[in-house]
Design a protein around this ligand. Structure first.
Ligand code: NDP
Ligand code: HSE
Length: 430
């Protein structure tokens, strides 16, 4: 057997610990598949004394994470620290500048700096791999880069955040509160260090921008993603959606075409006959529509130590085999730039939820705002008065331009008939 691929590992938390455990457990199999052993030689994190649940005394400890880039014994660096900038980015730049392979699970960094890092990797002819950055253990990046590479892909969409899906599906199935389920997701290692990245949709947007770039051959454009998270989804939305034959899911959608590039993360109502409605817990699922292959569905564990480590080590196996190409499947210089598509032009059905006082004329005012904007109502549910006298009105519209729905909501802004912010969610079509 040829000489091992020697790994310097930055970050020993959920994923870093998972990588060490996986390499320990599957060492022989990995060596046979990779054609040579994969060995961790050096590690770095913040606190050397912390109990990691794995023996790290056998590795060289490096205090300065950035120094791993030039560690004499390492061929490749794995970054599992996190954060779009700071030590993760410094390590990425230094490693690629040194001409060494770099593997990361860091979608925030890839979303913000992926193009720069890809150019740096290409300039040195080295590997930049980030399978774990999207959909955890699901090999969707490899599938788009390689398996579906012959296709023009018009649309890619899916459930891209395990924490949000865990929260939404637990709230629905078990009737539990948002905060309680979020705390469980954190304890299970699914959530980001700052969980607002999960629940405000930013993490899913990071992933969507990476997927879009791979799917469409466009420059990563995270700044153009329209982002709304699940913070304002209430139990009543989930219940009304169920009554109407839908489930609430945080879905990221990207489309490329004559209209430009559309990228949005938003809670959606997903019809029960759509596969995404049946994705529960921390599972992720991605649909890609290719012009020859048709609809592809990738599904599996989207977060957690084991699945994420699986993706990281798969990248290492590719590097050990010498199998890597341009990070975005084509040279960074070949990636296109598309104009931003106008989301107001999109057509579809929509869910609207209002909290209103229980008094005469309220429904008429909402209906008039809809009529004036040209929004036709398909179904409407009104739930009896709560203790504070408020009533919940849930509406599903017929297919309509999003601009018209926005106009109707604008018309109701400040109205005495509507308390608080109405909720708008698109219905997932196609
Ligand atoms: P953790 O918070 O569990 O671990 C982070 C690790 O980085 C810790 O070991 C920590 O050190 C170390 N670290 C933090 N700040 C610094 C610093 N300034 N200098 C050196 N080391 C530092 O994170 P995860 O393992 O969950 O996530 C790691 C990466 O993987 C992130 O980019 C995340 O987005 C991504 N990811 C996570 C998934 C998951 O399910 N958890 C799934 C897919 C991707 P110490 O332990 O000493 O405090
Ligand atoms: N916090 C992320 C999630 C981890 O919940 O999906 C996986 O990327």
């Amino acid at each position: 057997m040829t000489k091992p691929l020697r790994v310097a590992l930055a970050g020993l938390g959920t994923v870093g610990g998972g990588v060490i455990r996986l390499i320990d457990a599957n060492r022989e199999l990995i060596a046979r598949r990779a054609g040579r052993p994969i060995e961790v030689v050096a590690v770095s994190a913040r606190d050397r004394a912390k109990d990691r649940g794995v023996d790290i005394s056998r590795f060289t400890w490096v205090d300065d994470t950035a120094a791993l880039a030039n560690h004499a014994e390492a061929d490749v660096v794995v970054e599992l620290v996190g954060g779009s900038d700071g030590p993760a980015l410094a390590l990425a730049r230094a490693t690629l500048a040194a001409g060494k392979g770099f593997v990361t699970a860091n979608k925030a960094m890839m979303a913000h700096h992926g193009l720069e890092l890809a150019e740096a990797a290409e300039a040195k002819g080295t590997a930049l791999k980030f399978e774990a950055a999207v959909a955890g253990g699901v090999p969707v990046i490899k599938s788009l880069r390689e398996g579906a590479a012959a296709n023009e892909i018009g649309r890619v969409y899916g459930i891209l955040n395990g924490t949000c899906n865990f929260i939404l599906s637990k709230m629905e199935a078990e009737g539990r509160g948002f905060d309680e389920v979020l705390a469980e997701a954190q304890a299970l290692g699914y959530a980001e260090a700052d969980p607002s990245f999960d629940i405000d949709g930013v993490d899913a947007a990071h992933k969507l921008s990476i997927l879009a770039s791979l799917a469409f051959g466009t420059r990563p454009a995270f700044g153009q993603v329209e982002v709304t998270g699940i913070r304002h989804v209430i139990a009543a939305d989930i219940a009304e959606a169920a009554a109407l034959g839908f489930r609430v899911r945080l879905v990221g959608i990207a489309e490329a075409g004559a209209h430009g590039l559309f990228q949005r993360v938003h809670p959606h109502l997903v019809p029960l006959d759509h596969p995404l409605a049946h994705v529960v817990g921390s599972t992720n699922a991605v649909v890609a529509e290719g012009n020859y292959v048709g609809r592809l569905l990738f599904q599996g564990a989207g977060a957690g130590d084991g699945p994420t480590a699986s993706a990281v080590v798969a990248d290492l196996i590719d590097i050990a085999r010498g199998e890597f190409g341009p990070p975005y499947a084509m040279p960074a210089a070949s990636l296109n730039e598309l104009p931003v598509a106008d989301s107001g032009e999109r057509r579809g059905r929509a869910y609207l939820r209002f909290t209103v006082p229980d008094k005469v004329g309220v429904l008429a005012e909402i209906a008039a705002a809809m009529r004036d904007a040209g929004v036709s109502i398909e179904s409407l549910i009104q739930r009896g008065a709560a203790e504070d006298g408020s009533v919940l009105v849930a509406i599903v519209t017929h297919e309509v331009q999003e601009r018209a729905v926005a106009q109707a909501l604008e018309k109701l802004r400040g109205s005495q008939s509507v308390a608080g912010q109405p909720m708008w969610m698109p219905l997932l079509g196609g």
